[in-house]
Design a protein around this ligand. Sequence first.
Ligand SMILES: Cc1cc2nc3c(=O)[nH]c(=O)nc-3n(C[C@H](O)[C@H](O)[C@H](O)COP(=O)(O)OP(=O)(O)OC[C@H]3O[C@@H](n4cnc5c(N)ncnc54)[C@H](O)[C@@H]3O)c2cc1C
Length: 399
Amino acid sequence: MTSVREPVDVVVAGGGIGGLSTAYALARSGRSVSVLERSPEFTEVGAGLQMAPNATRILKEWGLLDEVLQAGVVPRRLMFKDALDGSELTRLELDDAFVQRYGAPYVVIHRSDLLTILVRACERAGVELVPDTDVKDVVTDTDAAIVQSARGEYRGRIAVAADGLHSALRTRLSDDEPICSGYVAYRGTVPVADLGGEIGEEALHEVVVYLGPGCHLVQYPLRRGEIFNTVAVFKSPAYERGEQDWGGPDELDTVFAGACPQVRTGLGSLWRDRHWPMYDRLPIPSWIDGRLILTGDAAHPMLQYLAQGACQAIEDAHCLADELRREADLTDALKRYEAERTARTARVQTTARFWGDIWHVDGVARIMRNELFRERDQHSYKYMDWLYGEARPRGRPAT
Ligand SMILES: Cc1cc2nc3c(=O)[nH]c(=O)nc-3n(C[C@H](O)[C@H](O)[C@H](O)COP(=O)(O)OP(=O)(O)OC[C@H]3O[C@@H](n4cnc5c(N)ncnc54)[C@H](O)[C@@H]3O)c2cc1C
């Protein structure tokens, strides 16, 4: 049986990091918000998440950074190594100078810990969290958005599509499909106590990225250093051959066979029963359909090489709340949000692809890449400022 409920200011479709961040940002500025989540619980699949200061600065402003720091780890540095010979290519110290420059630390956190923090924050702020609710469509008219689900209709002044890569609501704006990169990710976590002497003490304080031909491996600690997170990503030869069944564990072992011992040891920490094919989409110019707007992966799914998908979703949330607070006119606020966020996230999406290409080169290109990385001034922030620095002018007066 369907029913019609009391209208709220904002109905958010999707309760992932993007949806909950949006809900919290809007609720803390006084709006009534409902979040409709398809799953029976608000949970996250996967393991670690890197959060750069463009996101942690917002969490700090929202009063959530302390909880995030208690649950996560602030790594000492971000380290790039060659996956074939294990040699160091370059590093970025995530020290006081870094924190001072960007106004917040780089943090690594378990996804489920971040989601728990966001769920609690939403509850405290009075957000209505509605699990088990599969959103089908949205009808928008001049003064409302009506979100349709199998459990009934939810009416808001606006609706936010935060339903991820395979967003049902994005279809109202674009007929594009997710683009498969042919790469696949394996993830895994292991209690540090179970690793014995497998990894050195420093590894418990770093994010290390091993770059290899058509593959890479990322490792970092989680939960105050109690568990160790590993992600291995590779281009599937079977996908290249056009086979239906691709990216299996046999390919994982074959592709990484020539890697250095540290990387091959790292493969032992991965879950082998699950893997994640990597998709993105091309940027689209419009995220507004009447009173429906896109956010997070529904708006700008990206390859994960810059570790920015969730960070950008948090930026979306911050920007939307800010524009709705500043602008008296709702339509203007949504347009400002769209203009600002489409430009910023298009750059991140396209740079993520390009950055992945640089990571995965082989032969002469690998030699040149390594040379350039080694020559990089390790104290320079030249390549990070656009991403980690202030994305938007603060303190713009309300109009
Ligand atoms: C291997 C890998 C590593 C990554 N590492 C990082 C990283 O280090 N840092 C970073 O910032 N990002 C990273 N990302 C990207 C990041 O995970 C995503 O960008 C982010 O989770 C997107 O959040 P979202 O809420 O927009 O979408 P999702 O997390 O996909 O959430 C969408 C939610 O909507 C729900 N939903 C879907 N359809 C419906 C429907 N019809 N009705 C109701 N609910 C629905 C889903 O159940 C889900 O809960 C990584 C991604 C991958 C694949």
